[in-house]
Design a protein around this ligand. Structure first.
Ligand SMILES: Nc1nc2c(ncn2[C@@H]2O[C@H](COP(=O)(O)OP(=O)(O)OP(=O)(O)O)[C@@H](O)[C@H]2O)c(=O)[nH]1
Length: 467
């Protein structure tokens, strides 16, 4: 169910995860460079000799280029990072990473800066512009400048490193990640989300999610993810999943109420009116609900308020006979309100719990619809008016839900044909657009093919990887 959208949501999760992991690796590289530099600081200091000013100038130019080309966050303390023995390795690293991802390239460039600064330092020019140029754009950097949350991250790193000792099967990758945590730099930033969010927006719109709903989802994800630091116990994938979960749940669960409880608590007979255009599965849904209520111990009577369409009586009668239910019907062209009124009278006289009233949806204007439903309202006073449409109709279903709700307020919606290959956009959008909840999903042609709509289950279904 909703396979296309599921794939797109997964892609978003993977994209953000990939970006964050690249950052983690870059941060780990920096942390390692810091550690190396600390270990080797004594010989490095001893090697500093105030001579050779020319190389420093040459490197200064190269350095400026490197900084301007590097992504923000290239904040390795250039002097600390210098290690004479690292130099050849760094040079190799630059070559290797040039064709690699942007993030990788940024890391390599940082190391170029380190080399340049090293040359400058050994030239005995402490006021050299390299250090300033390198440090400024980053806004964060060495251990001295860490933000408060970094100490927590640092604890996490220690814990991870301790575990590392206990279990060496995890390998150096884990050590690198632990080091990344220690830097506190694995923070998701706006720029990290820019591309994935743009793609997610396109994916949502292509999946028939209503524009306003897509924007709301993106806004929630932005709020939840930007500035979020990946915790030790949590992968970025989990973090993104949680943000997606919350964002989807917020829009899908709008207006939810406990349908069964509402029916249980209502005075009997309870009258339910079904609206929606013809052909979307309204009559079948009424039949399915007759079965649903029967399983709960309620008796039902069907009333055919679709007096507009030829053949409507025969169609619903077939269902009524198959289910062993009483049908109240008038001749074609009769007054829908009168049919449903008769249904209620029948229910009262025979101690029936629930009246299920069909209506004709193909009305020429919303005034007709309004007039019809207003009359039913006046004459019968239904407990709930439920809008039925098909999941496969996507944006059209969302638009119709809006129009029906504007013409005569609905209390909830039922989406049929969710078993067919629908995009999921209607299921995500209808509640948010109308302010009224989706209550059931039709999942097949059989009488038992109806599911109570559960927003949590729906979100898990959309984010699940197993279906
Ligand atoms: N696959 C699938 N088919 C469904 C579902 N609900 C209804 N259908 C089929 O959709 C078709 C139309 O259903 P109807 O119940 O006749 O639709 P309607 O809206 O009542 O149409 P009118 O009676 O013309 O107003 C039928 O073939 C149903 O079997 C569903 O949840 N899944």
């Amino acid at each position: 169910m909703f396979d296309g959208l599921k794939k797109k949501l997964n892609r978003f999760r993977n994209d953000v995860e990939e970006t964050a992991e690249e950052k983690a690796e870059a941060a780990a590289d920096e942390a390692e460079a810091d550690a190396d530099a600390e270990a080797d600081s004594a010989p490095a200091d001893a090697a500093v000799e105030p001579e050779a000013s020319e190389p420093a100038d040459v490197d200064s130019d190269a350095d400026t280029d490197a900084v301007s080309g590097a992504a923000a966050g290239s904040e390795v303390n250039a002097v600390d990072a210098v290690d004479a023995t690292d130099a050849p390795a760094d040079a190799e690293s630059v070559t290797e990473t040039e064709s690699a991802s942007e993030q990788g390239a940024a890391t390599a460039e940082v190391e170029t800066e380190a080399e340049a600064a090293a040359a400058a330092t050994s030239a005995g020019e402490p006021g050299d512009t390299d250090a300033d140029t390198v440090d400024e754009p980053s806004g964060e950097s060495t251990a001295d400048e860490v933000e408060p949350h970094e100490s927590l991250a640092s604890d996490a790193a220690k814990a991870a490193l301790t575990e590392e000792d206990d279990d060496d099967s995890s390998g150096p990758g884990r050590l690198r990640r632990a080091a990344a945590f220690a830097t506190g730099k694995v923070v998701i930033e706006e720029e990290d989300l820019e591309d994935p969010l743009w793609e997610l927006e396109m994916a949502l719109l292509q999946s028939d999610v209503e524009m306003q709903v897509a924007e709301e989802i993106l806004e929630t994800i932005r709020e939840k993810l930007i500035g979020e630091t990946r915790k030790q116990v949590q992968s970025t994938g989990q973090l993104v999943s949680e943000a997606l979960h919350d964002a989807l749940y917020e829009v899908i669960s709008v207006g939810q109420f406990d349908f069964d409880q509402r029916i249980a608590e209502a005075d009997k007979p309870v009258t339910l009116i079904f609206t929606g255009i013809n052909g979307v599965g309204k009559t079948t849904t009424i039949a399915k609900l007759a079965r649903y209520f029967e399983k709960q111990g309620y008796s039902t009577v069907l009333a055919n308020g679709d007096t507009y369409r030829a053949g409507a009586n025969e169609q619903i009668r077939e269902h009524a006979e198959a289910l062993g239910k009483k049908l109240i019907a008038h001749e074609q062209g009769g007054d829908p309100a009168a049919v449903i009124y008769d249904g209620v009278e029948y229910a009262e006289a025979h101690d029936i719990d629930i009246v299920l009233g069909d209506t004709a949806g193909r009305l020429h204007t919303s005034n007709d619809l309004m007039a019809q439903l207003e009359k039913i309202d006046r004459v019968v006073g239904p407990d709930l008016t439920l809008f039925v449409d098909e999941a496969v109709a996507g944006q059209d279903a969302v638009e119709r839900a809006r129009q029906f709700n504007d013409a005569a307020a609905i209390d909830g919606a039922i989406l049929t044909k969710a078993d067919a290959d629908s995009n999921g956009g209607a299921a995500i959008s209808i509640a948010y657009v109308t302010g009224k909840p989706i209550l059931f999903l039709g999942v097949g042609q059989g009488y038992d093919h109806i599911e109570k709509f559960d927003p949590e289950q729906m979100v898990n279904r959309l984010l699940g990887e197993d279906e």
